[in-house]
Design a protein around this ligand. Sequence first.
Ligand SMILES: NC(=O)c1ccc[n+]([C@@H]2O[C@H](COP(=O)([O-])OP(=O)(O)OC[C@H]3O[C@@H](n4cnc5c(N)ncnc54)[C@H](OP(=O)(O)O)[C@@H]3O)[C@@H](O)[C@H]2O)c1
Length: 330
Amino acid sequence: MKAIRFDRYGAAEVLRLAEVPVPGEDEGEVLVRVRAAGLNAADLHILNGVPYVMRPFQLGMRPRVGGVGSDFAGQVEAVGRGVTAVKPGDEVYGRVDQRGILPAMGAVAEYVRVSADSVRLRPAGLSAVEAAAVPLAGATALQAMRDVREGQRVLVNGAAGGVGSFAVQIAKARGAWVTGVCGRDKVAMVRSLGADEVVDRAAEDATRLRPGFHLVLDNGGDHSPSAWRQVLLPGATYLASFGRRQDVWLGPLGRLLRMMALNLVVNQRLAPLVAKPSGADLDALTRLIEDGHVRPAVDRVFPLADTPAAVAHLAGGTARGKVVVAVEEG
Ligand SMILES: NC(=O)c1ccc[n+]([C@@H]2O[C@H](COP(=O)([O-])OP(=O)(O)OC[C@H]3O[C@@H](n4cnc5c(N)ncnc54)[C@H](OP(=O)(O)O)[C@@H]3O)[C@@H](O)[C@H]2O)c1
């Protein structure tokens, strides 16, 4: 089968279209013929091999992962013994099983082999391209918005990004008043997601907004947690997904330690957002989509052979929503 692979760290140019064996499904596993695969910021970390501190522990001094894409939508080709939830021919979506704290990769390929709990039937009304945009970013946003209650004020920094575009919609579905913060070119898009207020980060410093937020989800990383505290209510929560602006050696580690120390002495909760994959989250996302509360925002779709261009586009930071690779032609 065709699959996108890399064997040295670097930018998008190190990716190549390779011919590799089709994986065989084992007990409890599902083999999926991939129609489309979604890219995430995590793909860039794994491809670039940053932060460097992760290489000896997780990534490998030479790439251990070797593929990109954790999210996919496609058709079940075969199921292993014991799998009853899906059958060959079903249209499904899901995530490649996670290894350690990093999402596993390799969905940008003609086939993926995953555990049965990592796939669900594709939500009614979504194309394969749209469904492939959902799993990682959608689950991360869902977990970030889990405790949001009706009438609360929620701020999403990086609201036009993969995680942010889901977070805005999920917070609205929970009845919150939502402020989205994004770059100038993305203001209209964030408004179209349902945000009640949109802040153009170039025109206004969102950490100086009127205080009163119950939750800030920070996907941007352009201000410190202590700056964001200025807009939080007492007892409110700041969740850091840490954003792209990271130290190449240590990643978010220095910031995380400072934030944890600050968290001990302030009357708000400052916490890292570490999304854990689960089949239950896919169920919840399916319900939100089928009830009309969430629609994946797909920025651009690239053919399989153009995956390096897709990754470069994601890395450029101009995407509005998700970047997806159409693995299947037509
Ligand atoms: N903790 C977890 O479990 C978890 C899970 C998923 C993702 N994440 C992290 O959450 C963050 C957001 O993920 P995402 O999928 O939403 O990423 P994304 O789609 O790239 O969006 C992030 C936003 O950051 C800004 N941005 C993009 N490129 C940038 C660059 N080169 N420099 C500075 N800002 C840039 C953009 O906003 P504007 O142009 O509007 O400023 C963009 O909309 C990432 O850092 C990712 O690693 C964490």
